[in-house]
Design a protein around this ligand. Structure first.
Ligand SMILES: Cc1cc2nc3c(=O)[nH]c(=O)nc-3n(C[C@H](O)[C@H](O)[C@H](O)COP(=O)(O)OP(=O)(O)OC[C@H]3O[C@@H](n4cnc5c(N)ncnc54)[C@H](O)[C@@H]3O)c2cc1C
Ligand code: SF4
Length: 331
């Protein structure tokens, strides 16, 4: 058994300075990723700093119409917050599609953004895994890669999907991650926060050592928009996405005036389908157009031995979501 020191911080500055004392320190939020991985010896911090007591647990509407979410707001609080339900339905739905009620009651906004991959080879602690042990190889590429492995944004070093549902909705909405570190505060565009594996798959995000996420601020909602999250998975609950779509639409009769599309389950990071969005703007809401948009969203996808089905499944996640959102308005 390894000893683990526990500290509790009462301010962001204190949390950061405790973290900075020793590089083997981790911030502890809900613990639903961190403690799982500590128990199976995949993450090995010597110390955890509990960040629950920093007062970062509010959802606030800012003067410019954006919405600022404290890092410690739980997934349950966020999903049921009146502002999120009314103006960011896609985010509420994505959160409620994740994990279970008990897990959502503990899981926090920052912890969700920082959750680790679900790749079985990463978690078994034995197989070659460049993410766990840089330079050791990737057992998933020639191994079993059906459910939690990607077809977009992969490299010859790592093909694990980013597992979050919440982050897919945030990628569609647009957001800023506010962080604080020993050198002060800074903002990171949500699109730039999660990194592609490339040749450094162990680098998963843009945080510097010791930096703490304090808030995530959602972009202003699009005026008159409808939105929805559709998650396709092996069973209806307590399961990660095989493919999912977060879609936000502004409709003018049968014409789509504005659109945001992001996908989960298919990419190595929450995947914003920018080309598909562009093509959708000004298009009529027809099944033919939806099929074209979906094909565009998966353009360039690279299948592996067991996950080629994710390409048509990802397309279906988009077509079905668009069809439902435009029901009654399809030309
Ligand atoms: C059985 C199971 C099923 C699940 N199913 C789903 C699912 O279907 N969809 C889905 O999206 N997720 C799912 N999850 C993942 C779950 O959403 C995450 O475990 C959770 O969101 C992590 O949040 P947490 O607060 O518990 O983070 P923690 O476990 O406390 O922390 C996670 C990581 O974030 C770091 N961290 C925490 N707070 C901060 C901060 N403020 N600044 C910087 N770093 C920080 C920690 O050091 C750690 O590295 C599932 C998890 C389990 C165990
Ligand atoms: S896919 Fe990534 S996480 Fe999985 S074994 Fe390969 S390197 Fe490790």
């Amino acid at each position: 058994m390894r000893a683990l020191e526990y500290s509790r911080a009462s301010s962001a500055e204190q949390a950061i300075s405790i973290h900075a004392r020793d590089e083997a320190t981790a911030y502890l939020a809900g613990g639903t990723t961190l403690l799982d991985l500590v128990k199976i010896d995949i993450m090995q911090p010597d110390r955890v700093v509990d960040v629950h007591t920093l007062g970062l647990n509010q959802v606030e509407v800012l003067g410019d119409g954006r919405t600022r979410i404290g890092a410690m707001v739980t997934n349950t609080q966020l999903a049921h917050h009146p502002r999120i339900k009314s103006d960011y339905a896609v985010l509420s739905e994505a959160l409620l599609s994740g994990a279970t009620t008990q897990l959502r009651n503990k899981a926090t906004t920052a912890g969700n953004v920082m959750q680790r991959v679900r790749c079985n080879y990463f978690r078994d602690g034995l197989s070659a895994c460049n993410k766990r042990e840089p330079g050791s190889g990737c057992a998933a590429i020639g191994g079993h890669n059906r459910s939690v492995h990607a077809v977009l944004g992969t490299s010859d070093q790592c093909i694990a999907t980013h597992p979050s549902d919440m982050c897919v909705a945030m990628a569609a909405i647009g957001a800023t991650v506010q962080v604080q570190g020993p050198n002060g505060k800074r903002d990171i565009d949500f699109q730039d926060f999660h990194l592609l594996p490339g040749s450094t798959p162990w680098k998963e995000h843009a945080l510097q050592p010791d930096e703490l996420i304090t808030h995530i601020t959602l972009d202003k909602p699009l005026v008159g928009a409808k939105s929805a999250y559709l998650k396709l998975r092996d069973r209806a609950s307590y399961q990660f996405a095989l493919a999912s779509s977060a879609i936000i639409l502004v409709l003018d009769g049968k014409i789509i005036r504005d659109a945001r599309i992001a996908m989960g389950g298919v990419g190595t990071k929450p995947w914003r389908a920018v080309d598909a969005e562009r093509a959708l703007k000004g298009a009529a809401a027809t099944p033919e157009n939806f099929a074209k948009i979906a094909a565009l969203a998966l353009q360039g996808a690279v299948p592996y031995a067991h996950n080629a089905y994710k390409i048509p499944l990802g397309q279906q996640a988009i077509v079905r979501n668009l069809s439902t959102l435009t029901r009654g308005g399809v030309a």
